[in-house]
Write a protein that binds this ligand. Structure first.
Ligand code: FCB
Length: 451
């Protein structure tokens, strides 16, 4: 037994070991070189929306420090880096005039990565629509799809010869429901019909962008979308709780996976949302299900649900199992969930090529007296998830890469700077970076391509 426990588990050749970030969370330089205002710039300035009144104005200052950050990526032997482009650097007003400086910045970033032997994975939309477009209704306005197409066109014309991996959207569920139903994210709207309309337009804009990215790419181009998915379990064996599982799975997972892979929305959810469902034109679903090359999966935790009549929308609520371990986000640590999720997606949705585009954990890291950050809990979290992902690969799941969230501690949306997810510690007042023990451990994983 011992012998087995000590054996290195190896990942497939050319596996992309990476780390992920997003523009608003790390770049700073919120108003430099022609960048326009985004909804997160505005949201952070709205009192009471973000913890401690934190804002992404400076964040990790990566806009200025990207060269140094790429050196750190090399130091920990990353093979790939997932980042996002700030739409408002390219189109400060969301449409119309292109800001060349913005395009040039991302070109320098991509070139520096390639010179360092690191594969760029580029996300077009990680939640920061230009404020000027929000003024016209944002993602609830069908015209925004056209502006997103223009944005995809500009960016891929500039970078399509060098960037081979494109992700259209990050977590459309979060944009739709946290941004437009619970309102805890920008733009802070609380309206179910709006949220559902937004989800449809996000998916439609995804399908449209796939065709553009394809046109501006070459035979190496691979295009996908990133969804935040969760494996869902019942709080008890009761029929009501099992029904709740099906509903929550429909709400979070199938509402996005079905249109993309099957060209239809799930019937049970259409019935449940009823008159809140937006107009869906005949050709929309055909667009949304345009063939993609991979699925990006963000997995952090499982979801346990129970029937709950008090909850108007879905008639269920989530429960926190007692006796379980939790990260600082109060998310249950449940590595088995990544295995079960990967298998389920593989079986139910045409065995797609999958990248884990985010997985990681926030813990209250402290610098010790030797200047080190001993983050054993994060190492354990990652190791256990890597092992479960490996099990899925052994069972035939086409997992081709894994991106840890995050490269460095950064602006965690409504939580401001209070949550640290990085492999690298960010000391915000000085912008000093310190590679955490998890970063050094990850380097070894990458170098032996195994755990
Ligand atoms: C995901 C987001 C990412 C980060 C992690 C913790 O939902 O995509 O930007 O905030 O959560």
């Amino acid at each position: 037994m011992n012998e087995k426990a000590n054996k290195t588990v190896r990942f497939p050749e050319n596996f992309f070991w990476g780390a992920a970030t997003a523009a608003y969370q790390i770049e700073g330089a919120y108003n430099e070189n022609g960048k326009g205002e985004s909804i997160w710039d505005r949201f952070c300035r709205t009192p009471g929306k973000v913890q401690d009144g934190d804002r992404g104005d400076i964040a990790c200052d990566s806009y200025h420090r990207y060269r140094n950050d790429i050196k750190l990526m090399k130091e920990i032997s990353l093979k790939a880096y997932r980042f996002s482009i700030a739409w408002s650097r390219i189109f400060p007003q969301g449409k119309g005039q292109v800001n060349q400086d913005g395009l040039d910045f991302y070109e320098r970033l991509v070139d520096e990565l390639l010179d360092s032997g690191i594969e760029p994975f580029v996300t077009l939309y990680h939640w920061d629509i230009p404020q000027a477009l929000q003024g016209k209704g944002g993602w609830a306005n069908r015209d925004t799809i056209g502006y997103f197409k223009d944005y995809a066109e500009e960016v891929s014309r500039k970078l399509g010869d060098r960037v081979h991996f494109w992700i259209t959207h990050n977590e459309p569920w979060v944009v739709s429901f946290l941004g437009h139903h619970s309102g805890i994210h920008a733009p802070g709207i609380k309206n179910l019909s709006t949220a559902l309309k937004v989800s449809h337009y996000l998916l439609l804009s995804h399908g449209e962008a796939v065709a553009i990215l394809r046109d501006n790419g070459d035979e190496k181009t691979r295009i996908g979308i990133t969804l935040n998915l969760s494996s869902v379990y019942p709080a008890s064996e009761s029929e009501e709780d099992k029904k709740a599982v099906k509903i929550f799975d429909g709400h979070l997972n199938r509402w996005f996976l079905d249109p993309i892979y099957k060209g239809s929305y799930p019937e049970d959810m259409l019935a449940l949302y009823d008159d809140k469902v937006p107009e869906i034109r005949a050709e929309d679903l055909e667009r949304i299900s345009t063939k993609i090359d991979f699925l990006g999966v963000n997995y952090y935790t499982r979801t346990v649900v129970k029937a709950d009549k008090k909850e108007a929308l879905l008639g269920l609520s989530s429960v926190k199992p007692s006796g379980a371990e939790y990260t600082e986000m109060n998310w249950e640590i449940y590595p088995l969930g990544i295995y079960e999720l990967l298998k389920r997606v593989h079986n139910d949705y045409d065995e797609p090529v999958i990248y884990i585009t985010e997985n990681g954990a926030a813990f209250p890291d402290k610098i010790d007296k030797n200047g080190r950050i001993n983050d054993e809990p994060r190492i354990k979290y990652l190791k256990d998830h890597f092992l479960q992902a490996h099990r899925a690969i052994e069972d035939g799941v086409k997992l081709s890469g894994y991106f840890v969230w995050s490269l460095l501690d950064n602006f965690e949306w409504a939580h401001g700077y209070s949550k640290r997810f990085g492999l690298i510690y960010t000391d915000y007042p000085t912008q000093t970076r310190i590679i955490k023990d998890s970063g050094w451990w990850y380097k070894k994983v990458i170098e032996k391509n195994g755990v």
